[in-house]
Design a binder for this molecule. Sequence first.
Ligand SMILES: [Zn+2]
Length: 420
Amino acid sequence: MSHKNSRSVVLDVIRAAGTISRVGLTQATGLTGATISTVVRRLINDGLVLETGRAESTGGKPRVLLQLNQSSRFAVGVNLDHSGISYVLTNLGGTVVARMSRTGAGGDDPAVVVARMAREVDALIEGVGVDRTRMLGLGLVSPGPLTPTGGMRLTPPSMRHWEDFPLDRALEEATGFPVTLDNDATASAIGEYWSGGVGAATTFAAVFMGTGIGAGLLVNGSAYRGASGNAGEIGHICLDLEGPECWCGARGCTEAIAGPAAVVAAARADAAIAQATGLDHAADHPRSSIAADFAAVARAARRGDGGARDLLEMSARYLAVATRTLANIMDLELVVLTGPSLAIAGSIYLPVVQAELDRSFFARATHTVTVQLSRAAAMAAAIGAAATVLQSELVPLRQGLRLPSNLASSELVPARASAI
Ligand SMILES: [Zn+2]
């Protein structure tokens, strides 16, 4: 293992463990005591790791415990969407230090939006007084699909004018920070893992619903991105061969049948529901967006409007079948529902998706699939974008490494050698 690799692995084990001794690190990583000793000394010199007291030991001298120096580095996460732009500033541990939401990209020229984003990022950083030299970089997520050159070649209808715009390079120039570009669902999955909501040994998917539907996959703490960063597109699983045309060019996609735009269109088409949700007027409203209109349907359902609730439950049944398909293919243990649309309607979708997996998941005789709502569904993509920066900086090569699931208890295992 190269030095940079050992350093990344050690740092990630310390992060995942909370506190751990050097002996614990040798057990968790398989690296030699001498390597651990060198790597840890350099991490302490760089300010990334702190010594934090001593653990009780079974005989021999007590072990010095190490932990991440959370405030030594920071990352910015940005979620760029048609209807809104969310910003978060997180520390090295993935904890959100500052957040803000601003007007979306709308129909504005991409160059104008990027210039505004750079000013907003500056305001975010200056607002908490963090030194720019402590910034690792900026993670940017958008609905994708992504191209290797950093643009969005095949864009959702609402952002078609961003087609072929070199988004990451433009933002890098405007902010002066290195920019990592990822899709919103994958970033959300990394965010769940990084913020400690998901164990390292879990095979899990974040099912993301914003304006569209997608999923991010994590296996053993590493994102599965596919050949081009576009893995997990469950919004484009076909659920009806003769179904409506989808913007992706196919027919009967989950998103076309049951995504937020389809729910909003169905709500508008029914006079009673349109009135109950206020959507009978919303079309002429200048700030109207799919996300805002979908939120209006969800609010009406929560107020007790039966028609709105029926629409969302039907949407949930389709999403549940698409999620089951993904669970069957990946043999998932856990599904986290996230994204702005599930932040507001998640309580209606959660029981429907869980029931579908309980009833029909292929390997249900072997294990269940747990479904839960993200604790930060509304900001998940931005938080995940920041986590992507932390992960790409600290964990560049993770293939083959499986973190032990009992890191905390490894401190309790009697050491074979005395403290290093
Ligand atoms: Zn499609």
